[in-house]
Structures are given as structure tokens and as C-alpha cells.
Design a binder for this molecule. Structure first.
Ligand code: NIG
Ligand code: FE
Length: 402
């Protein structure tokens, strides 16, 4: 029997206003806040959200959950993680702290390629355990929907095992088949010949989207186009890692191919900001990655002011952002990107859900999936305000208390 539950006496319920996605401009910062409020759901769908004073008389089979002292916001949506990896990069982290450069370590066969070695060694069971552990970390920080990329296998078996591990942990899999060129291939073109012929047909059965690292030292714009067009023809939605260190044409390519998003944008200049704002492509901002690498922040305020649709994500991975906390990312958005707490909330709920093709998530409103993050706070803006704090008290996923 489906459970009807009432989360009552909440200090506040806060949700991005309106309907539809992605939000941009003034709508991005429009949050509806109800004081002394409730959320009522039936099975995995929200029935009603309102003020306690307006609560209708309910049948006595409704299970009540005490929300006193808590604020409810939509379950957070992390639309960009690299959750499928073996090993760690703590040695590299210490070397970088002592002055080594991220791109320099990568060029010497460390960086991403060292995680490729560890991920291949982990095997399917090791990957399954790793993604499960990472998904629990995310949930503890309020993330009720996550995307996970492959991209540390770069051989057929490990790429497919990564995608399955993400799917089986409840994540939304993205095939990052073009993340780096593995050492057994002469060059990027030879690797892409293999990946598109031998991996794509099966990857497309598991993944929902494809992603490429368009950057010097990784894949150039011609190679990225070839990869993305083949993936699009196989039915996958398109994403790009673009403008992380240098502008290599990621935004024009994303716009031309109708990609869901371009992610990173730390190096995006004024023309890129304008082009993205004039398009339907979402700019995914990853300030934890910029912070972790000591890089310039992406131009978040300029993008929002120009009218671009933006999302926020962690970029959780072992090398450039060992951080699974979207609340921390919201703090960085407010302090480093100059987004308001309201803009940050919409960016990691309804807009992130749009990037993932999940229009039923990201708001607390009738008909949406009953995914909730409960904040241990008197005001929902503690989400961004409590820097590094333990702000998420508990979560509700598909109507179930976790
Ligand atoms: O999004 N930039 C490319 N890929 C990842 C980092 C991967 C790694 O360092 O392991 C990113 O930052
Ligand atoms: Fe990434």
C-alpha cells in the first residue's frame, strides 16, 4: 500500500517559484518561502505544500513526520560528478600543495591517467562498492539525484562496468568516453576509432548522455565534434567539459549541436558569455573544482546577468574536486560567484534536473517527486550561509525517509 505522509510544523518550506525549466534572469532568483509550513505526499509524489494554518483535515491513515526546527528544500540534484573511480589522488594533492601544476602532472602520466590505472584495477565489484559509497556521501549532503560519469576506464570493460555501477547505485549515467587518451593508443584519433566502434554501441544502452573533455592535452574541437555527433546519432544527450583552462570552441560547438550543457567555464570570456546566454545550453558552474585547483572562478554573475541558464554541481572526482557537498558549492556560489542564495538553490535543483532530463524534480510542488532535503536551520538560506557546516539533517527520496 502506498504511504501518505505529512511533514509538519516546518520552520520554512523554500522552493524555486513558477514552473518549467531552465530558469534564467530574474526567474532564477525567485524562490517561494512559506513560514510554518507542511509538505504532504502520497507514495513518491507530492500532493500539497502549504502553511500549517491552511492544512486541511486529513484522514487518520496519514503518517506524520515532525518538522519542528527544520527547513525543507527540494532534494538537491548534482548534475556533474565523476563518481566511478578506484583509488585516490591524495599523493598528487600533497604535491600540488607543494607547488606542482595540475596540467603538468597530467602531462607526466599522472592526474587522470593515474586514476585510470586504479579504476581498471578495481574491477566491476570494486567499482560498484566505490560508487555506492560515494552515493551515500552525496545523500548525507542532501543530494537525492546524481549524475555519474564514466571516463576513468577508457577500455571497453571498465567503461561499461562504470556505467552499470552508476546506474545500479541509483545514479544517472553519462558516458565520458572522451576524457583522456589511454596509454595503449598512439593518439586521440586512434583512441576515438576504438571507442566509437567498440564501446559506444553498448554504452548507449546504459548511459543517457555523452560527455567530452575539450581541452588542450585532451581532445580538440574536431575530435570533440566527431565524438559528439556519433553519440548523438546513437541517441545520447550531449554534454561538454569546456573552457576549463583555455577556450577551445566548446560553447559554439555545444550551441551548434544542441548540447544540454557546457560545464566548467572558468576560462570563458565575454563572447562566450554572450553566446551561451543567447542559447538553450545550460552553463554548469563547478566552483569547488576551481577552488580545489586554485584556478579562477567561472564568471557566474556575468552569465546570470547576461541571461544564461546556469546550474551548479560538485564535479566530485579524485583529482580536481574531491568534494561531494552541494551545500558547500552553494556557499562558494554566494561568496565567490556572487550568486544570491536563491539563485544558487534554483541552480542545483530545478536547473540541474533540466540538465539531466528530469522535469519532475527540483521543486516542492504538487506532482513533483517527493525528494526533500531537510535543513537543520531556522532559515533555508543556511544552505549557502553555513560554510562547510553539517546543514542537512535528513533527506526524503521518492517519498521514503532516509
Ligand atoms: O571535470 N577536467 C576533466 N575532468 C575532471 C577532472 C578529472 C581528474 O582530475 O581526475 C574535471 O575536473
Ligand atoms: Fe568534470
Amino acid at each position: 500500500m502506498r504511504a501518505r505522509r505529512l511533514l509538519r510544523d516546518l520552520a520554512q518550506v523554500a522552493t524555486p517559484a513558477g514552473d518549467g525549466a531552465p530558469l534564467r534572469g530574474a526567474a532564477l532568483g525567485d524562490v517561494t518561502v512559506l513560514e510554518e509550513a507542511y509538505v504532504l505526499w502520497d507514495g513518491d509524489r507530492i500532493d500539497a505544500v502549504g502553511r500549517m494554518a491552511d492544512l486541511p483535515v486529513l484522514a487518520d491513515d496519514v503518517e506524520e513526520v515532525d518538522g519542528r526546527g527544520l527547513c525543507a528544500i527540494p532534494g538537491l540534484v548534482d548534475c556533474h560528478t565523476h563518481a566511478a573511480f578506484g583509488g585516490d589522488r591524495v599523493e598528487e594533492f600533497a604535491l600540488r600543495a607543494a607547488g606542482a601544476g595540475y596540467e603538468e602532472l597530467h602531462a607526466r602520466g599522472g592526474g587522470i591517467l593515474s586514476t585510470v590505472r586504479a579504476t581498471r584495477a578495481a574491477g566491476a565489484d570494486g567499482l560498484r562498492a566505490a560508487v555506492g559509497r560515494h552515493a551515500r556521501w552525496m545523500l548525507a549532503h542532501g543530494t537525492t539525484t546524481f549524475e555519474g560519469k564514466s571516463g576513468y576506464g577508457l577500455d571497453r570493460d571498465t567503461e561499461l562496468a562504470s556505467l552499470r555501477a552508476i546506474r545500479d547505485a541509483g545514479g544517472i549515467p553519462t558516458w565520458l568516453g572522451a576524457h583522456a587518451v589511454p596509454p595503449e593508443f598512439e593518439n586521440a584519433d586512434a583512441y576515438l576509432d576504438f571507442a566509437l566502434a567498440e564501446v559506444l554501441p553498448d554504452a548507449a544502452q546504459i548511459a543517457e548522455a555523452a560527455d567530452v573533455f575539450l581541452e588542450r592535452g585532451a581532445f580538440d574541437a574536431v575530435q570533440a565534434r566527431r565524438y559528439l555527433e556519433a553519440c548523438r546519432d546513437a541517441g545520447l544527450a550531449l554534454r561538454l567539459h569546456g573552457d576549463q583552462f583555455t577556450e577551445q570552441g566548446a560553447i559554439p560547438l555545444a550551441v551548434e549541436l544542441g548540447a544540454r550543457s557546457v560545464d566548467h567555464l572558468e576560462a570563458t570570456g565575454e563572447d562566450g558569455v554572450r553566446a551561451l546566454a543567447a542559447s538553450g545550453v545550460v552553463g554548469v558552474l563547478l566552483p569547488a573544482s576551481a577552488l580545489f585547483l586554485g584556478r579562477p572562478m567561472p564568471p557566474g554573475r556575468a552569465l546570470v546577468d547576461a541571461g544564461a541558464a546556469v546550474a551548479l554541481a560538485t564535479d566530485f572526482n579524485p583529482g580536481s574536486a574531491f568534494c561531494e557537498s552541494l551545500p558547500l558549492v552553494c556557499s562558494l556560489a554566494a561568496t565567490q560567484l556572487r550568486l544570491s542564495p536563491a539563485e544558487a538553490l534554483a541552480a542545483c535543483t530545478v536547473n540541474a534536473a533540466h540538465v539531466l532530463g528530469r522535469p519532475d524534480r527540483g521543486r516542492l510542488a504538487r506532482g513533483y517527486r517527493a525528494d526533500v532535503a531537510l535543513l537543520d536551520a531556522p532559515d533555508w538560506r543556511y544552505l549557502a550561509y553555513h560554510l562547510g557546516g553539517d546543514v542537512v539533517a535528513r533527506t526524503i527520496v521518492g517519498g521514503e525517509l532516509r
